[in-house]
Design a protein around this ligand. Structure first.
Ligand code: ADP
Ligand code: 5GP
Length: 213
């Protein structure tokens, strides 16, 4: 029997990207999803209003507070948190089944969610933290994005300090200075993590076959 090593069964991984708001994780996430069809976005539920250009069911499941609270009660979330006065949560069903089938998921979630996922599913989790090259550049990006009011930007800048302080709760830290360089580094992390022995559940049978006298 000939079997290419890429065809070996592998358990999916949970690729978490966090950053202070404005450092570029949405941009890098979109690039990754476009370049790599094998990874899918875990679409969170949120109570925050939709931004221009966002699509319900694609960027987020936009729900009202009673719906979100009901999902919490029914334990429909793998993790959830309050961020900037709104609720955000990771729906459980899609991810658990997908991982078993070898599906990789990308999570754009904050440090609180990262901690919760790591506590629950440590071996499946890969944690990547993006940093801005400077605080001035972070402010420029938040302003340049043009999606938030001056008050919201001020609140995000204030919170950025607190978010940056969680850098040491991540496996990888990448400074997002040049976008293409940063993207390249993030992709390398994903590629290497896929080859971890523990994720390659098809290896035992494959190696046994190789060693058959
Ligand atoms: P986040 O999702 O972390 O809040 P975004 O991905 O929305 O951040 O990025 C914030 C803004 O900065 C966007 O307008 C984006 O186009 C821009 N941006 C992201 N990465 C870079 C970069 N490396 N250089 C310059 N601008 C960037
Ligand atoms: P935004 O409103 O800019 O899309 O996201 C605000 C913050 O909420 C970001 O830091 C983002 O990573 C985080 N976030 C988005 N979805 C979730 C989620 O499901 N769980 C948690 N814990 N944080 C989330």
């Amino acid at each position: 029997m000939t079997q290419h090593s890429d065809a070996l069964h592998r358990r999916g991984l949970m690729f978490i990207m966090s950053s202070p708001s404005g450092a570029g994780k949405t941009t890098i996430s979109r690039m990754l999803l476009e370049a790599d069809p094998a990874i899918r976005l875990s679409v969170s539920a949120t109570t925050r209003p939709m931004r221009p250009g966002e699509v319900d069911g694609k960027d987020y499941h936009f729900v009202d507070q009673p719906t979100f609270d009901r999902m919490v009660e029914e334990e429909a979330f793998l993790e959830w948190a309050h961020v900037f006065g709104h609720s955000y949560g990771t729906p459980k069903a899609q991810v658990k089944a997908g991982l078993r089938e070898g599906q990789d998921f990308l999570f754009d979630i904050d440090w609180q969610g990262t901690q919760q996922l790591y506590q629950k599913l440590e071996t499946d989790v890969v944690r990547v933290f993006l940093l801005p090259p400077s605080i001035d550049e972070l402010r420029r990006r938040l302003t340049g994005r043009g999606t938030d009011s001056a008050e919201v930007i001020a609140a995000r800048m204030e919170r950025a300090q607190a978010e940056i302080s969680h850098w040491d709760g991540y496996d990888y830290v990448v400074v997002n200075d040049d976008i293409d360089l940063c993207f390249g580094k993030v992709r390398e992390v994903l590629h290497a993590e896929r080859m971890k022995r523990a994720r390659q559940t098809g290896l035992i049978g494959f190696v046994r076959e190789l060693m058959r006298p």
